[in-house]
Design a protein around this ligand. Structure first.
Ligand SMILES: C[S@@+](CC[C@H](N)C(=O)[O-])C[C@H]1O[C@@H](n2cnc3c(N)ncnc32)[C@H](O)[C@@H]1O
Length: 271
């Protein structure tokens, strides 16, 4: 992936999310299995800050996590660079969700990010979106300024080792001493090199989206270089008693030893 080319990729990404917003909103609603079972329980656990804290929800999409955060008593500032997504978020949010400030804002634009308020935030969250963002350097740099010292930045991503655009879910049947068994695995043929690919997150979505794969060492390096440390990590798989996925080869109980999602907490410790 040529990060210097990110402006072109970033523009295309925004156009794709604008085009997919209505479909995404209808399909995702207030969450799905990935959110309920894999992402949200771990993110909630790792965020671990008192109610009334001021929290940023990065790349909030239709606001499904913004409303959950607000429901936990946080004062939420949420943003996404797709205006169509923010329109969906506003439409879905009612006074009973508490006060959420929504902004149309590009996570690659450091100057705009800093206008949210330097040193004003007690936490930040980004659910399943860092791999959608063409360049995450400006975001980490900005968070190092927006967050109070030691405040957590919690994010979930598709696990780069097991669930990247070059992962193939595999089923193999074999006769083991007279018993026919099926083993499930993930085949990965690309990992170390950061790259951009097209991918489909939701079946029949209007346009394929760009996905920015970063191996773990690059993903966390962006944080380390901006003065963050990693202080918690959870690798999240569906439990063996979870209902099977839509097909035998969907993420679900058949892959209970292989985590499709990684949730991490980083904290800014140096100025
Ligand atoms: C997979 S969706 C996740 C949305 C939301 N966090 C959720 O949990 O449903 C990814 C979101 O990232 C947003 N996004 C991608 N690049 C962005 C950028 N540079 N700045 C802000 N938002 C961005 C997209 O518009 C999209 O809404």
């Amino acid at each position: 992936m040529d990060e210097s080319n990110f402006k072109k990729d970033n523009l295309e990404t925004r156009q794709v999310w604008d085009a997919n917003a209505a479909y995404w909103d209808e399909y995702m609603g207030e969450g799905n299995d990935f959110v309920e079972v894999l992402c949200w329980p771990a993110m909630k656990r790792l965020l671990n800050i008192p109610p009334e804290s001021r929290v940023i929800d990065i790349a909030c999409g239709n606001g499904l996590t913004s409303r959950r955060l607000s429901g936990m008593g946080f004062n939420v500032v949420a943003f996404d660079f797709s205006k169509a997504m923010i329109d969906m978020a506003i439409k879905r949010t009612s006074p009973k969700n508490g006060e959420i400030q929504y902004h149309v804002l590009d996570a690659t634009d450091q100057e705009a990010l800093l206008e949210l308020g330097e040193g004003e935030f007690h936490g930040a969250l980004c659910n399943m979106a860092l791999f959608d963002i063409a360049d995450i350097k400006p975001l980490f740099k900005s968070l190092s300024i927006l967050l109070q010292p030691g405040a957590p930045f919690v994010f979930s991503v598709m696990h780069p080792c097991f669930n990247n655009p070059h992962a193939a879910l595999v089923a193999e049947t074999e006769d083991r001493s007279g018993e026919v068994i099926t083993e499930y695995s993930v085949k990965i043929d690309q990992y170390l090199t950061p790259r951009v690919d097209y991918a489909v997150a939701l079946k029949e979505q209007p346009k394929p989206q760009l996905v920015f794969h970063r191996p773990l060492q690059i993903l966390f390096e962006h944080g380390f270089k901006a003065g963050f440390i990693l202080d918690a990590l959870e690798e999240r798989a569906f439990p063996p008693d979870h209902p099977p996925g839509k097909t035998e080869l969907s993420w679900g109980a058949n892959f209970s030893e292989l985590p499709p999602v990684l949730v991490a907490r980083m904290r800014h410790i140096q100025g």
